[in-house]
Each structure stands twice: as structure tokens, then as C-alpha cells.
Design a protein around this ligand. Structure first.
Ligand code: ARG
Length: 559
């Protein structure tokens, strides 16, 4: 609020737009100097005066109610009259629609997220796509986009030829009954071990994938089994993470849509032969060629992604296509988007790859080939178990310990991921993520529960008017100012496809709330003062819950 209100007040007096002014505004180094500062250096050229003179003149001319302006050298400092604005701001942030905006203008966005590969466990790597995608999905909705998400399952490709060969040779049916994904993974690993000594396995795998592409009944039936078993497992995980999909459409969905793409590329003169394969050259773009059909005639990931993008644009009416996929696929998406561009699809400019860095888990990387994989299920179980022992120690009269442990354990993992700038490589430490102090999920949830318990103890009720004089202390004022910035955090986060902006906003909110809680006596005897303070607690805790829900965390009322 302070930024937009200041910018609006200043706009009448300086030759810049409200948005330009907003971009210049800063927070002064300490609260005594004011709430916002305008550095006047940039204006000097335009207004042909020295920054100091500009600041002085502005200080004199601006007489907006509720604001006091003063010059400090080349800076114009603005101080809000706390008493005058507190009431109005509090009622604004308590509106149920607070945070909603219409920057998305109903534009239809399709978010490609999660996309695990069939017959392999959902690893910690897919967790990032799932959680970043889920947060963006929620945030985009609130800022006014018409958004749907799609789980683009990796259910097609030459690797299923390999799995078929391994299945016929080495599968244990008992093991499959017991734990299908584990057994598929074991088969996949065995294939890669054996192929080194027996290169003919590679040829067989190619043949079996070819059969699968021809819908050979035996190959197809087994493939269907792989898909079914995998989805069972994935769905269990999505349920735990509370993630829902509007569409689950695997790569195989595009099997009958690829020939049209190949024909179109051919017609547009974009396909050339290279070592027996058909490729689109991307020399002008400075990229390696994009392979469309392999030399053995098998279809390929990139071709499926071309068909997918066209389908999402034309049939699903997506105006903006977002792909939340790891940074190791940056080249792939650049190639795909450039090929679309070459086909004459200008909407390719609205295709955005949202990459993210690698997540190592206690120093270990994910690699399915070697069977060294960090299993999401295990990670979640471990987190929940640890959360449980912490809670058992901390809280004595909690009814739903199991529910709270699940919420906190999973919240710790999710928050531990999302608080990082998405491109950062994360070395995840369970101990750190589960700590109740520090910038963690449990800290956030605990702060929320603390706020709830204060509201309960103080029998908070909404009162129509709040006396601003009770909320003028520095800690209350800082907290309220931060609460009012919530809508901006969402807009920024959607603009940069960066859920960490919401997470960092929430961390600061929790810190400011805790400062307010420690510095002020909240449950005072004076009813009017108590209700005013509790109203601020309510505003902060509501905003906190909104942030956590957007990020995919649950907020138990008691911990
Ligand atoms: N299945 C792929 C993988 O695990 C991710 C799919 C991403 N989405 C896409 N449209 N290519 O690497």
C-alpha cells in the first residue's frame, strides 16, 4: 500500500508515471527516516534541477492527507500518519478478496507440471516440478488467469522397449505383485548393466518398441499394465501432496497426432535428412538440429512435444503455455519453441520453459539408470516420522497428532523446496527443513498456530471499527505495512514464475508477526485495545494461511 499510495501522490508533481515512480521508491534504512523514500537523482536531468532542490520543493508542495514529506539531501522521505491510515488499511486487508487481482485478465494458461515417467518411481526430482507447478497454478488463479494444469506423463519412448525386453527375460511375477514399480526399476537397471556385455539387447529393445508403436497386442497389454501400476503409485503421492490435475495426458496421447506434424514440417520444407534421421536445422538460432524422426523410424520426445504444443494451443485454447521442467531440458525446449516458430506459429513466443535447479538430497543425486534413486515416498515418510517425534515432545494436549505430523512433515519438504529461488541447486537437509526455528515450513505453521491460539484466548471477534491509536507502535506498523504488500508479492511471483517470492514474503510476515507478539502485550484488559490488536493478528494470520495454501502447505490450527 505504501508504495502505490506514495506513487499516486507524487505522480501529480513529477514528470513520471505512477508505475515509473513505484520502480524508483525505496524503503529508508530506518523507520525514523520515514516509510518510503524517493531518490531524486534520476529526476535531476529531466527537471533540470539538482536532486536536493527537487527533494526540497516536493517536500513543500505535497500536502496529501495522511502523509508527511521531508527532504533529506537528495531524498524525499515520506512518513505516513499511522493513526489516519491504520483503520482503512486493516479493513482493506480483511476483505475476503484481498490479494485477488486481475493482471491475468482471464488469459488461458496451461501449466505442464510433474510429468513423471511410467515404470519408475516418482523421485525427489519430480517433486520440484510438481510443487513449483502447483504453486504457480494456485498463484496464477488468484491474479486472474484462467489456468489449467496438465500432467504430461512420460509413458512413451524407446525405454519401454528396453523394459519389455527386461520383463520377458528377468521379471519376477511375485515381485511385481508385491511392489510393481520397484520391480520395474530393478529390471530397468539390470537392462543397463547387461547391455554393456550384450549389445544385442539394444537391438531387441528397439524391435520391441517398434512393436509397441505398431500396437502389438502383447507389448501393448504389458505397457498398459506399466501405466496402470505407475499411476496407482503416483496418485497416492499426489494425494499426500494434495496436488490435483485438470488433465492427465501422457506422451502416448499424441501418438496419432505426430504424423501430421511430420507432414507439416515436410510441406514447409523444414525437414532435412541427416545420418538417416529427419531433423530440423537450427543453425541460424545457433542451436544443434532438432531430431524429428530417428534413423530407425522411431518417434521421439521432441516430436511429441511439438504435437503437444500445437494441441494445447489449438484444441485446448491455451494462450500461454508454461513448462515446469528441470534445467537439464533447457536446450530441448529452446529447440522445440524455435521449430514452432519456424513453422510459422507466432504464438511460440507465449511458450515459456520454467526451469529449476537440481535438488540433491543429503548430498545424493537422482539417477535411475544406476538405480541410485531417492524415493519421494521414503523422504515423505521420514519427514513425517521426524515431525511426529518433535511434536510428541513439544505439545502435550494435541488431539490429532498424526494429522499434524503429516501436515508438518510434508510442509517441511515442500517449503524447503519452494523458499529457494527456483534456479538454485538445493542440497536438501532434513534436519534443517524440520527445524521449528529458521526459515522453515514448521516455523511458518507454528507461527500460524500461535496466532490462532492468541485469537482463541482473546475471544477475538470482528468489530466494525478499529481504533487506529492502538496500532501505532513500530512493530504493529511494520507488520501491517507488510500485510498490505501481499497482493504485490503474488503479482511479482506470477510475473517471474517464482513461487519463492511468496515464500520469502511469508517468512518476513512470520518474522514481523513474531516481533509484534514479543514486543506488544496483546491480551490487555482494555477491550478496545485488545480487539484492535487482535484484528491485526487476524489479518496477519489470514494472510499467512493464504500464502501457505498457495504454496501447498496445510495449516493445522494447533500444533
Ligand atoms: N517426463 C519428462 C521427464 O521426466 C518430463 C516431461 C515434461 N513435459 C514436457 N512436455 N516435455 O524428463
Amino acid at each position: 500500500m505504501i508504495f502505490s499510495q506514495t506513487a499516486q501522490a507524487l505522480a501529480a508533481h513529477i514528470p513520471l508515471s505512477v508505475d515509473e515512480i513505484k520502480g524508483l521508491l525505496e524503503v529508508p534504512p530506518n523507520l525514523e527516516m520515514g516509510d518510503v523514500a524517493l531518490p531524486c537523482f534520476q529526476l535531476a536531468k529531466q527537471m533540470k534541477k539538482s536532486p536536493t532542490v527537487i527533494a526540497e520543493e516536493l517536500a513543500k508542495t505535497i500536502t496529501t492527507q495522511g502523509m508527511t514529506c521531508s527532504a533529506a539531501g537528495p531524498y524525499l522521505n515520506v512518513t505516513f500518519d499511522r493513526k489516519a491510515v491504520v483503520e482503512q488499511w486493516l479493513s482493506a486487508v480483511l476483505e475476503p478478496t484481498f490479494g485477488r487481482s486481475n493482471v491475468g485478465k482471464g488469459k488461458r494458461v496451461i501449466i505442464d507440471m510433474s510429468g513423471p515417467n511410467i515404470a519408475k518411481p516418482l523421485g525427489i526430482g519430480h517433486l520440484r516440478s510438481t510443487m513449483i507447478g502447483n504453486a504457480l497454478y494456485n498463484i496464477y488463479k488468484v491474479v486472474g488467469y484462467n489456468v489449467v494444469n496438465v500432467n504430461h506423463l512420460g509413458d512413451w519412448g524407446t525405454q519401454y522397449g528396453k523394459l519389455l525386453v527386461a520383463y520377458f527375460k528377468w521379471a519376477s511375477h511375485d515381485a511385481i505383485k508385491e511392489s510393481p514399480i520397484q520391480e520395474y526399476l530393478r529390471l530397468y537397471v539390470q537392462f543397463h548393466e547387461e547391455v554393456e556385455a550384450h549389445p544385442e539387447l539394444e537391438t531387441q529393445a528397439r524391435e520391441w518398441f517398434h512393436k509397441l508403436e505398431q500396437k502389438d497386442p502383447e507389448a501393448y497389454r504389458l505397457w498398459e499394465e506399466f501405466v496402470k501400476e505407475s499411476l496407482n503409485e503416483f496418485n497416492r503421492m499426489y494425494e499426500r501432496l494434495d496436488v490435483k490435475f485438470d488433465y492427465v495426458m501422457g506422451e502416448s496421447f499424441y501418438n496419432d497426432k505426430m504424423q501430421a506434424v511430420i507432414d507439416e514440417l515436410q510441406e514447409k520444407g523444414l525437414l532435412v535428412e541427416s545420418d538417416g534421421a529427419l531433423v530440423v536445422r537450427l543453425d541460424e538460432e545457433g542451436l544443434p538440429p532438432c531430431i524429428i524422426v530417428k534413423s530407425d523410424g522411431a518417434s521421439i520426445y521432441a516430436t511429441r512435444d511439438l504435437a503437444t504444443a500445437i494441441y494445447r494451443h489449438e484444441t485446448m485454447q491455451g494462450e500461454k503455455l508454461l513448462y515446469v521442467v528441470g534445467g537439464d531440458q533447457i536446450l530441448h525446449f529452446r529447440q522445440v519453441f524455435h521449430v514452432l516458430k519456424k513453422m510459422g506459429y507466432d504464438w511460440a513466443d507465449e511458450c515459456v520453459h520454467v526451469p529449476f535447479g537440481l535438488m540433491k538430497f543429503e548430498g545424493k543425486k537422482m539417477s535411475t539408470r544406476k538405480g541410485r534413486i531417492v524415493m519421494l515416498d521414503d523422504v515423505l515418510d521420514e519427514a513425517v516420522q521426524q515431525a511426529h517425534s518433535i511434536i510428541a515432545e513439544k505439545s502435550n494436549n494435541l488431539n490429532d497428532q498424526a494429522g499434524a505430523s503429516e501436515a508438518i512433515g510434508i510442509g517441511a519438504i515442500v517449503f524447503g523446496d519452494l523458499k529457494n529461488n527456483r534456479m538454485n541447486e538445493i542440497n536438501f537437509s532434513m534436519e534443517e527443513a524440520l527445524s521449528f526455528d529458521g526459515e522453515t515450513g514448521p516455523y511458518m505453521q507454528y507461527t500460524y498456530a500461535r496466532a490462532q491460539s492468541i485469537l482463541e484466548k482473546g475471544s477475538f471477534e470482528h468489530v466494525a471499527s478499529i481504533k487506529g491509536d492502538h496500532l501505532t507502535a513500530a512493530s504493529a506498523w511494520q507488520l501491517l505495512k507488510h500485510v498490505t504488500e501481499y497482493p504485490n508479492a503474488l503479482i511479482q511471483s506470477a510475473k517471474l514464475n517464482e513461487p519463492s517470492i511468496v515464500a520469502r514474503y511469508a517468512i518476513e510476515l512470520a518474522q514481523l508477526f513474531n516481533r509484534f507478539y514479543h514486543q506488544e502485550r496483546l491480551l490487555v484488559d482494555d477491550a478496545e485495545e485488545k480487539q484492535a490488536k487482535l484484528t491485526l493478528v487476524e489479518a496477519a494470520s489470514r494472510t499467512m494461511a493464504k500464502c501457505l495454501h498457495l504454496l501447498g502447505l496445510k495449516t493445522p490450527r494447533r500444533i
